[in-house]
Design a protein around this ligand. Structure first.
Ligand code: NAP
Length: 389
């Protein structure tokens, strides 16, 4: 029996993880859950999965939940400390890191420092402080299993092979909902349209990141730290069908890939029960029905965010944390229709240009850069909002 904690249990990855727990009750039990402010969903999850403790980052929401759960055997914590306490629960064997954004950094690091195995979906902490997280994991013998479908595919394509034989990691990108749209039309695209991902059902932030290709920029940084491979050996190819989840090229010219239908339960379950593969009851992959796979080079003119991801990695230090924070602010502003779609990249560019890069030696260094970049990006958003008003 494996006891698990889910950080971000009310989100898309969180609920998919709980689907797997419900399907395999002999293998998994829930020790703890966390959310931001979604009281209704967390209350429902408490009733179904009976965790010993939960946390909400919003203290007011935690108060409401306490009132609703009176009489039930569950501890209800709040704030960042509360989330970190759940990540460190003594009973937990595995922590599923599935909060969206930089808010996941402190609790995910707390899990690593407490020696918990981590299944990592929340890519932003790896972007903000990848070196630090890996150093902490190495010190404590913690394994970080990738959940992102691309990184899971790379992880699987590396198994049984020698690291020194790797020539290149090739991340696949779906291209998102706007891949075929001319630049002039992209200027006016509304969130409703940008949120219509062709292949994956995900949370709003990552869906917009897929539309700008920033998701791939973040994944390049994530891959650099997860697999300890320099950016010069990480490539990206657009594969519209999202069946090949990523590839690893070896120095003899062989290329290994992992394929499957686009369903996050496959990489989540692999990370949860590695190296066992759980019988998920997926429909067979009917390649003849799919007919053909297509591939394209990324278009850096219409999708500059991918290049910004590479650039942040090249500049290093606090620059990836700056890129990430500026992106979070810009995406939130876009979803609220305060800026246009193309402004997202412009806000990130402006924030990175204004940033004085420093090394990330401590958690505080990453958090400082995050705070600074959120403020700067907020200013740039306001300037654009005024400009277009
Ligand atoms: N969805 C996918 O298929 C997918 C695939 C690959 C990687 N990922 C990565 O996995 C992570 C989660 O993505 P998602 O699509 O599952 O996101 P989501 O559906 O938006 O869910 C986010 C979760 O984080 C919680 N949360 C939000 N803000 C928080 C805060 N400030 N403090 C604490 N908790 C907070 C939310 O709680 P509330 O419900 O209370 O707001 C929710 O439980 C992201 O880093 C994403 O890039 C996702």
């Amino acid at each position: 029996m494996k006891y698990i904690v889910i950080l971000g249990s009310t989100g898309s990855i969180g609920t998919n993880t709980l689907d797997i727990v419900a399907k395999f009750p002999d293998q998994f039990r829930v020790a703890g859950l966390t959310a931001g402010s979604n009281v209704d969903k967390l209350e429902e999850q408490i009733r179904t999965f009976k965790p010993e403790a939960v946390a909400l980052s919003d203290p007011k929401a935690a108060e409401t939940l306490r009132a609703r759960c009176r009489g039930q055997a569950v501890r209800i914590l709040s704030g960042v400390e509360g989330l970190s306490d759940i990540a460190r629960l003594p009973r937990a064997d595995l922590v599923i890191s599935a909060i969206v954004g930089g808010a996941g950094l402190v609790p995910t690091l707390a899990a690593i420092q407490a020696g918990k195995q981590v299944a990592l979906a929340n890519k932003e902490p790896m972007v903000m402080a990848g070196r630090l997280m890996q150093e902490e994991a190495r010190k404590r013998g913690v394994k970080i299993f990738p959940v992102d479908s691309e990184h899971s595919a790379i992880f699987q394509s590396m198994e049984g092979h020698r690291r020194e034989d790797i020539q290149r990691l090739i991340l696949t990108a779906s291209g998102g909902p706007l891949w075929d749209m001319p630049l002039e039309e992209m200027r006016h695209v509304k969130p409703k349209q940008a949120l219509k991902h062709p292949n994956w059902k995900m949370g709003a932030k990552i869906t917009i990141d897929s539309a700008t290709l920033m998701n791939k920029g973040l994944e390049v940084v994530e891959a650099r730290w997860l697999f300890d491979i320099p950016a010069s050996q990480i490539g990206v190819i657009v594969h519209r069908e999202s069946i090949i989840h990523s590839l690893v090229e070896y120095r003899d010219g062989s290329v290994m890939a992992q394929l499957g239908l686009p369903d996050m339960r496959t990489p989540i379950s692999y990370a949860m029960q590695y190296p066992e593969r759980l019988p998920l009851g997926q429909p067979p992959l009917d390649l003849a029905a799919i007919g053909k796979f297509t591939f394209h080079r990324p278009d850096h003119e219409r999708f500059p965010c991918l290049g910004l991801g590479y650039e942040s990695l090249k500049l290093g230090g606090t620059m990836p944390a700056t890129l990430n924070a500026a992106n979070e602010v810009a995406v939130a502003a876009y979803l609220e229709e305060r800026i246009g779609f193309l402004d997202i990249a412009a806000v990130i560019r402006g924030t990175m240009d204004a940033h004085q890069r420093r090394e990330v030696a401590t958690l505080e260094d990453a958090l400082d850069a995050d705070r600074w970049a959120r403020e700067k990006a907020g200013e740039l958003v306001r300037a654009r909002t005024l400009h277009s008003a």
